[in-house]
Structures are given as structure tokens and as C-alpha cells.
Design a protein around this ligand. Structure first.
Ligand code: AMP
Ligand code: MG
Length: 403
């Protein structure tokens, strides 16, 4: 243990973890399965977007005539349908064609007047343009994306809009990283599965459920194992199973200084620890290392701490491994409206409620900040990012991570 980095800064912890990435694999998935995945290659558009000049309005297509005066009466040649070419529609000076949004511009036309600014004659054969038709209501071929252009780069975390863009570019399948399987093992003699009656001294096991949600939020696959009691044999068996079945293992509990903190003890004697403890509050106890070649995070047992450490350390690790930009950790500037207790040498992450006002974002701390108080996290919308040395006085503008 003597050379194991101990009680290090968050940035150092992140850097150490990133040296031991999980094994990655690439697969091609349909767009239905592409949501929240990370692109494993740059993606070029197979087509122009739009593929042809088309109208952005319902109205009339005509040829722009700089010498015309308005109102101007034009002959209606016919209707341009949503797709396909209408060979009868060859629009010259004095002609107009009815057109719907998205329909291709008929031959000869180069401007649109929206229907609201037109008056169609009773016999439907002519139309009066009450003002000049607009060339800017024509969406030009390739104006959004040129064929061959790289619109999404490797590492893009696919949001709904980006999955839609893959379809626009003509891709039926996309190369993405295989979802990482993340095993979750809660440890502690006192833990009971929710729904079972509690004996004195027992509590409901909550960390594995919250962590499974965080793994899904990251776009990966949680595998929740049954909680294990505080015993070396039980823990060894669980770690062996999880490390054989998963790409990353997360444990919760048992990493502090206590007599029954078996995760730390077994990692010291039978695993490989790359660091133990880091300077954040809450959440200082974690460790990172390898168990039989599989990266393992020993997360704190306190429910708020395990959540905070996942957001600050595990999420960063996974994003880094995939070279990914998402899901993004958004930070906003907010004014502290309650005093926040900071710890001088640590990054302090207190749970706050964000309220948007004309003056900017306000941060309140309505709940008590015990790291066992999951209610304070469930009702929070942000975490303060007070850097070591920052005090957290009322009126200070600080960075807040949006939850
Ligand atoms: P430990 O790190 O094992 O000492 O746990 C710290 C605190 O977190 C103790 O109060 C535990 O009862 C609690 N705790 C540990 N694991 C869980 C869990 N999976 N769900 C809820 N609370 C937990
Ligand atoms: Mg414990």
C-alpha cells in the first residue's frame, strides 16, 4: 500500500483511472438502437441535404422578375406534388405553380410567395401576388449538408436529433461502441432488499438502483448483483463473477477505514489498487483498480456519495474511454442564496436547488447535507463545484453542475 496514491485531487484521480480503460468493441446498429450510443467513426452524408431545391412554404412558385410591379396576376399552370417532377410545369415569366412545403421547385421557378399573400381567382386559373415572391423561401439543394460532408464525428454521443441526422444522411445503420456492461455490487451486512421487513439495524439497499440508473443515463448496460454481506469469501465470489461477466465493476460500501470495510481490504490483498481516497466532499473514500484484469471502482456506501462519485469520476472515465462528448456535464454560474459549508482542501459538492431569475440562476440549499440523505439529492437540481479554498458565502457566484 505504501506507494498507492492516497487522498489525491479529483483531476489526478481522473487521470489515473483513464490510464486503465475498459476493453472496447465496435458494432453496427440500426437507428432504433442508436440512441445514447457513441459513434465509433466519423459519419459522412451519403446525400445532399436537401437533395433538391424545394419550397419552405405552402404557396405559389414562380420566376422572380425584377422589373415586375405588384399586385401582379399570374397564370396557374398546375400543382407541384410533394415528390416527383411534373413535366407539365415549366414555369416562365407570367406563370405560377401551386406548391406545398418541401415539394421540389418546378422547372423554371426560383421564388415562392406564401399562400397568405396570394389571391386566387374564382375560376382557379390565375393568382394575384400581393407582393414580390421571395427567393429565400427556396431551400437550396445541399444548403444544410453537402454529400460527402462529415456531419458527425467519432465520439459523438447520439442525441435524438443526431440519430435523426444519421437518417437524413442516408445511413440505415451506424458504427457505435458496444454498450459497456457495468456490474454493480452493494456490500454491507445491514442491507435489505426493498419490500422485505426490516429488522433493527437494517436499512434498505438503495445504491445499486441509483447506480443502475446512472449507468443507463450514461448509455450503458447495468448488471445489478445481489448485495453481499461483509465477508471476504462472499465478496471474492461476487467480484469474480462480476469481473468475468462485465467490462467494469462498481462496488458500493466497504471502502472506508472501518473494521468491516472489506472491499478495500480484499483489493489490497488480492486485487490491484491504483489509488484510494480523493479530495471531494461528499465522496472521499473511493478506490480504483483492477480485479482479475477488470477495472473496478470501489464507491462509497453513503447513497449521496456513491451518486456524486459516479458523476464526477465514473462518468468521466467512461466518456474519456470512448472519446465521447456526452452525456454532457453542464455547469452553470449561480448565485449562492444560502451559505454552503466548504472543505478547504476538497472540491465541495453540495446539493442545491436552482431557480432561474432575471438576475441569473440562484442556488438555494434547503435540505440538510448529510451524505446519507438521499432525499436531499432527489430534490436537488444542482451540485456546487466549490474548488479547494472557495468558501461558499451568500452572494458569491459559483459553478454549479446541473443534475
Ligand atoms: P460503508 O461505506 O459501507 O461504511 O457505508 C457507509 C454508509 O452507507 C452506511 O451508513 C451504510 O449503511 C450505507 N450504505 C452502504 N451501502 C448502501 C447501499 N447499498 N444502500 C444504502 N445505503 C448504503
Ligand atoms: Mg458497509
Amino acid at each position: 500500500m505504501s506507494e498507492t496514491p492516497y487522498f489525491i485531487q479529483l483531476d489526478e484521480a481522473r487521470a489515473l483511472c483513464s490510464k486503465t480503460p475498459p476493453a472496447l468493441a465496435v458494432e453496427h446498429v440500426s437507428l432504433d438502437n442508436a440512441h445514447q450510443r457513441t459513434l465509433a467513426a466519423d459519419l459522412q452524408s451519403l446525400v445532399n441535404d436537401p437533395p433538391f431545391d424545394n419550397s419552405s412554404m405552402d404557396g405559389f412558385a414562380c420566376r422572380f422578375d425584377p422589373s415586375a410591379t405588384y399586385p401582379l396576376t399570374l397564370r396557374i399552370l398546375g400543382t407541384q406534388a410533394a415528390s416527383g417532377e411534373n413535366p407539365e410545369l415549366s414555369v416562365g415569366v407570367g406563370d405560377a405553380a401551386r406548391i406545398m412545403t418541401g415539394a421540389p421547385m418546378p422547372a423554371g421557378s426560383d421564388a415562392i410567395l406564401p399562400i397568405e399573400m396570394c389571391t386566387v381567382s374564382e375560376d382557379g386559373k390565375s393568382v394575384v401576388l400581393n407582393e414580390a415572391p421571395k427567393p429565400h423561401f427556396v431551400r437550396k439543394k445541399g444548403e444544410n449538408l453537402q454529400e460527402g460532408a462529415t456531419a458527425l464525428i467519432k465520439g459523438s454521443y447520439l442525441s435524438p436529433a443526431q440519430v435523426g441526422l444519421c437518417a437524413t444522411m442516408g445511413h440505415a445503420t451506424v458504427p457505435v461502441y458496444r454498450r459497456l456492461k457495468m456490474g454493480i455490487i452493494s456490500t454491507g451486512d445491514e442491507l435489505k432488499f426493498p419490500g422485505e421487513p426490516l429488522l433493527h439495524g437494517e436499512i434498505y439497499e438503495s445504491n445499486s438502483f441509483g447506480l443502475a440508473g446512472l449507468v443507463r443515463w450514461l448509455g450503458h448496460e447495468p448488471v445489478r448483483y445481489q448485495a453481499v454481506a461483509d465477508s471476504l469469501d462472499g465478496l471474492r465470489a461476487a467480484l469474480n463473477k462480476a469481473s468475468a461477466e462485465c467490462d467494469i465493476v462498481l462496488t458500493s460500501g466497504g471502502v472506508s477505514m472501518g473494521e468491516f470495510d472489506y472491499v478495500r481490504r480484499i483489493m489490497e490483498t488480492e486485487g490491484e489498487i491504483h489509488f484510494w481516497r480523493m479530495k471531494i466532499r461528499p465522496g472521499s473514500p473511493p478506490l480504483f483498480g483492477l480485479w482479475k484484469g477488470t477495472p473496478i471502482f470501489g464507491l462509497p456506501g453513503n447513497p449521496v456519495s456513491s451518486h456524486v462519485v459516479f458523476r464526477m469520476l465514473v462518468a468521466d472515465y467512461v466518456r474519456h474511454a470512448l472519446g465521447s462528448d456526452g452525456p454532457k456535464e453542464w455547469t452553470v454560474r449561480a448565485k449562492l442564496c444560502d451559505r454552503v459549508k466548504s472543505t478547504m482542501d476538497c472540491v465541495t459538492l453540495r446539493r442545491v436547488e436552482l431557480v432561474s431569475t432575471d438576475e441569473g440562476m440562484m442556488a438555494y440549499q434547503p435540505k440538510h447535507q448529510g451524505s446519507g440523505n438521499l432525499d436531499s439529492l432527489a430534490s436537488a437540481s444542482g451540485l456546487t463545484m466549490l474548488q479547494p479554498g472557495e468558501i461558499g458565502e451568500v452572494g458569491e457566484w459559483i459553478d454549479v453542475v446541473v443534475l
